[in-house]
Design a binder for this molecule. Structure first.
Ligand SMILES: [Zn+2]
Length: 126
């Protein structure tokens, strides 16, 4: 095998590795962006973990108080609430790093899920 051929083969292998790692990194990044878990706290207690990888609408009730949570392609948001100020309805939670959704009158907080409850969470990259 000539030196030139060997150099070409090494170069091809290196570029293949580079492409594969680029694809892998992109995949990891996209996968992370697509599915994020949020935790819903009511009166300071964790009551539900939701993921933004599928759409759903449900109600959280506490006596007279209620919040309707909707998960859709834009993220997680409060689509209806019994509170007088409706401040919670103005925030959309889009993933880790988003501002938490807070409904002060109903003592409801929606924020990133704690690490240990998120199976897909990669500790090394955090
Ligand atoms: Zn509210």
């Amino acid at each position: 095998m000539s030196e030139k051929k060997r150099a070409i083969i090494i170069a091809s292998i290196l570029s293949l590795i580079f492409i594969l790692s680029a694809v892998w990194t992109a995949h990891q990044f996209l996968a992370k962006k697509e599915s994020a878990s949020a935790a819903i706290y009511q009166n300071g207690t964790l009551i539900k973990i939701i993921s933004n990888d599928h759409e759903e609408t449900f109600r959280i009730e506490d006596g007279e108080n209620w919040n309707e949570i909707t998960v859709d392609k834009d993220g997680i948001h409060v689509s209806g609430a019994s509170c007088p100020d409706k401040i919670c309805m103005h925030t959309v939670w889009k993933g880790k790093g988003s501002l938490p959704i807070v409904c002060l009158p109903n003592h409801l907080v929606i924020t990133a899920a704690p690490e240990e409850t998120d199976d897909e969470f990669d500790v090394l990259t955090y």
